[in-house]
Each structure stands twice: as C-alpha cells, then as structure tokens.
Design a protein around this ligand. Sequence first.
Ligand SMILES: CC(=O)N[C@@H](Cc1ccc2ccccc2c1)C(=O)O
Ligand SMILES: [Mg+2]
Length: 369
Amino acid sequence: MRLHRLELRRIGLELVVPFRTSFGTELHRDILLVHVTTDAGDGWGECVAMSAPFYSPEFVDGADLAIRRFLWPMLVEAGDIAAADVATILEPIHGHPMAKAALEMAILDAELRASGTTFHQLLGAERSVIPSGVSVGIFDDLDELLAQVQGYVDDGYARIKLKIEPGWDLEPVRLVRDLIGPEMPLQVDANTAYTRTDAEHLCRLDEFDLLLIEQPLPEEDLLGHAQLAERSSTPVCLDESIVSLQTAEDAIEMGAAEIVNIKPGRVGGYLTARRIHDLCVARDVPVWCGGMVETGIGRAANAALATMPGFTLPGDISASSRFYARDIVTEPITVTDGTVSVPDAPGLGFELDLEFLDSITTSTDFLDA
Ligand SMILES: CC(=O)N[C@@H](Cc1ccc2ccccc2c1)C(=O)O
Ligand SMILES: [Mg+2]
C-alpha cells in the first residue's frame, strides 16, 4: 500500500485510581495515537510510551519526534509497502520500539480493514475468549490494598498481580494470599526495583506459591535473573529485559527467563511479538500478554494476540474500566467470568468513538507523504 498522510494525535485521559509502581505514580496518561491514511484506506495505532522514561528509555515526546524526524520519512521513502515490511524498513533506526510499533499497528489496521480481516484471523488463532488478569498498584496502606484486591476478585478476574518494591513485598503478598485463598493465581511485578544482593530476600516469596516473579532486577541484568532463577522456586518472568527476538532467545538460553511477558510496544511491534511467541512455544516457555495501560486500540490488538496458543497464562488485558472511566472505542473491553471476549471487528478490532476522542484531544498534527 502507498502512504498518503499521517496524523499525530495526542490525547489526555485521567486514571480512575492512581497507579503506583516501583518507578512512580501515574494519575494521567498523555497518549500519542497515530492515524495513517493510505491508498487502501486508513488505520490507527497507539504508542504505549509513558510521559517520562521511567519504565523504559522511551517517552511520548521522544516517540513523537522520532516518528516525525526519522520513522515516517523512512516509510514514505520505501514506497509501496505492507505491514510485514515495516520492522525491516525501520531496522536502521536503533531503539524506539514503541514508536515503531505504533506505526506498524496503524498500517496493519489499515491493511486488515481493507481486506475485511480481523487480527485474530490473521494470527490463525482458535480461541475467541482469553483469561483476564489484573495488575494492582502499591498503596499507602495495607487496608487500601486489600480493598482494591477484593474489588477485583469480585469483578471476577482470573489472576491478581501485585506491584512490589523494597519495603512493600512480603507483608502485602502474605495478606493478599490470605485474602484470596490458596487457589487463586497470584504473581508479583517489581519493575526492576531490586538488586542481586536481594536474592535471598526475594526467595522468601516462595512460601506464597506465586505463578511468577516479574522483572525483579534491572533490564540489563540477565545473569542476575538467571542466578535468582537457580535459587528460587518461584519462576522468573522477564518484562523490561525482553526488547527484541534476540534478547528473548538469549534470556531463555541463559535461564534468565522461565516465563516471558510479551508486550508488542516494547519489542517494536505485533509481528515481532508473534515471532517471540513462536520462539517461546518452540522452547516450551509459557508467555502471557503484558499491559501498558492502553486505550481500547491497544487493548483490542493485545486481546487478539493473546488468542495464540502459547499464551497459556492470564495476561494484563484488564477491562477498560480498570484504568479509564470512559474508553475511546465504541466497544470497551469488559471482563465476564474472568475472561475477555476478543473483539471481532475488521482490523485490529475496534471502532473509535470519534466524538469522545475529539473532546480529549490535546493536539493534532498532519504529515503528508
Ligand atoms: C499493567 C502493568 O503493570 N504494566 C507495566 C507497568 C506499567 C505501569 C504503569 C504504567 C502507566 C502508564 C503507562 C505504562 C505503564 C506501565 C508492567 O507490566 O510492568
Ligand atoms: Mg511488568
């Protein structure tokens, strides 16, 4: 297809509850959406970069500039392209996976809509519902945490994930395990907050029968994660460390990743995410779909991806209402009996509520091919 125009649209959304992790507290999302117009129709993508580089090196203003200065001109220069070509065309640019993923997403959405295909049909997936997990932040006090967790249990989520950090780990996990009982799946996510010297302390989480411990150490520390995996009976799962197919392969080879959290934005796009899924299936490594507090655009695409067979663990594809009072799509994602129904609209699986979208738009800019 031939690219005609790119719209860079920034929107602002308040979170229904502050979302606190080991790297900070989010109250508001400043989100970059990309809208591509082509000779075959148009498509939308969502950039999952946060406002500041506390989760990974990218941030929304940087992604915006990388798209304007480098990524969009390279795609235009390439002429007649398909979504499957985007990652290769953008290969010369180091990093910026979330910016790249947003553009690939928009082109993929346009391609799928033009052919009347849904994303999960393209992926060849059999499932039409997926188990839904929820990510629970850090709170000022334990009572608030337990009230929030009880609410999600009542909502019927299939799995609880707790954010932890030094000073907020063993006790909250113990209390939540007592609250939800021994059967309910429970896992933790440290977002790189610990160091290798915390290994013995982290092994004390083994008593709570967790599904996994997610990214306890810094993203560069594959060896440290492999050493922890040796000592801990709780499987080690990587998130921030897995930035490409290569790092996924190396992490698995080193024993640093017993489970992988797949996030299309973090690895440069949905098509690379699919390849990482295929690698993990070949290596018998369970995967699940992580979340980046997406709008219904990313949420729909993630739900389709999570229908693939290797996604054997509940992901962080929660209901839109977990984070937002109102979503920008006409069919917000909802959770019923612990599952999300995979959207079956053509394209990535959403239609935009353009009136609401316009009401929360903070800037719009157009780049012609
Ligand atoms: C659902 C979940 O825990 N996501 C990330 C961390 C995270 C947390 C907060 C965020 C706020 C704004 C944008 C991205 C964010 C990502 C994770 O798995 O590590
Ligand atoms: Mg994580």
